[in-house]
Design a protein around this ligand. Structure first.
Ligand SMILES: Cc1cc2nc3c(=O)[nH]c(=O)nc-3n(C[C@H](O)[C@H](O)[C@H](O)COP(=O)(O)O)c2cc1C
Length: 305
């Protein structure tokens, strides 16, 4: 694949280029559509959608940290009906691949959301079994290989859409979870969600975030994400979407070389909202300059040791 803008296939989902928004950092695209051309995205990955509307967590929800941020939004979202009636038609009228991130409190909720999206023309479902900021569901399914297998095989039965599974770094062995979801029928893996952290407000002596803990994202987590992509890519046969701390093309190149076939950008968009518009052009220039292709770069670090 010499041209960056040739179609890329991630587990059956077609992307215009390997750069996507990370769920929760791009909303449903409406605000970004006012400042950039959404068609320059490889795909939009929307904020997590649940069956019913969720209000999210109370209190302080975000905190800045050295080289990153903590968030404890608690998956606030307007619910599936609203998403289907309002956000999805807005996105599908653009020439844009849409990946729907799904979350639920129970296995049945995940399955129902996936079943109802099966009749739409979204490009893929990204199953979030890794959110650390909700009391029920989310990460509870993503920290045990048995539970991860059970939920993904149940979702697999109700949808033919490409199924990406977003994994948590808050585990002892991410490879065993990755293998379990691959065996359950996942078409691709997204690595990684945020790492659980805490900030104390020294004036009050209490945890700053209303949820007490939050998910750490941004440059601070990049080496962990790159390590996990590298480890998992060596053990599974499905494509990997890398995410965690990417702020530049050089960061993205590390993920490609570790074995990711595409990448997502999250926290960096809060500081540099047009980053996703620039990256495809920057990658194209890089490939020409180095006289190489994206295919040759993917997994390079694993082939060279
Ligand atoms: C404010 C915020 C909200 C997020 N919401 C979601 C979400 O709804 N679903 C999900 O799977 N990940 C969510 N994430 C995690 C990101 O998609 C991403 O995996 C993580 O932030 C690491 O990437 P980054 O360092 O580029 O931000 C959220 C992250 C942030 C910072």
């Amino acid at each position: 694949m010499g041209e960056v803008n040739e179609m890329i296939d991630i587990g059956g989902a077609k992307l215009k280029n390997p750069f996507m928004s990370a769920s929760g950092c791009f909303g449903y695209g409406r605000e970004f559509a006012q400042i950039m051309d959404l068609q320059t995205l490889g795909a939009i990955v929307v904020k997590g959608v649940s069956l019913d509307p969720w209000l999210g967590n109370k209190g302080v929800r975000v905190a800045e940290t050295p080289s990153g941020m903590l968030n404890a939004i608690g998956l606030e979202n307007p619910g599936l009906d609203y998403f289907l009636e309002n956000h999805l038609p807005f996105l599908l009228q653009k020439d844009l691949s849409v990946v729907v991130n799904i979350v639920g409190k129970t296995l049945e909720e995940y399955v129902e959301v996936a079943r109802r999206l099966n009749d739409t023309s979204v490009s893929a479902l990204e199953i979030n079994i890794s959110c650390p900021n909700v009391a029920e569901g989310g990460i509870a399914f993503g920290t045990s290989p048995e539970k991860a297998y059970e939920i993904i095989s149940s979702i697999r039965k109700v949808t033919e859409l490409p199924l990406w599974v977003k994994l948590s770094p808050n585990v002892t062995d991410i490879v065993e979870i990755a293998k379990a979801v691959e065996a359950a029928g996942a078409d691709a893996l997204t690595l990684i969600n945020t790492l659980t952290g805490m900030v104390i407000d020294i004036e009050t002596g209490k945890p700053l975030l209303g949820n007490l803990t939050g998910g750490l994202s941004g440059p601070a987590i990049k080496p962990i994400a790159v390590r996990m992509v590298y480890q998992v890519a060596s053990e599974v046969n499905i494509p990997i979407v890398g995410v965690g701390g990417i702020t530049s093309l050089n960061d993205a190149l590390e993920f490609f070389m570790a074995g990711a076939s595409a990448v997502q950008i999250g926290s960096a968009l809060f500081r540099d909202p047009l980053l996703l518009e620039r990256l495809p052009k920057e990658l194209e220039r890089y490939l020409i300059e180095k006289n190489t292709t994206l295919e040759q770069i993917i997994g390079l670090a694993r082939r060279s040791v």
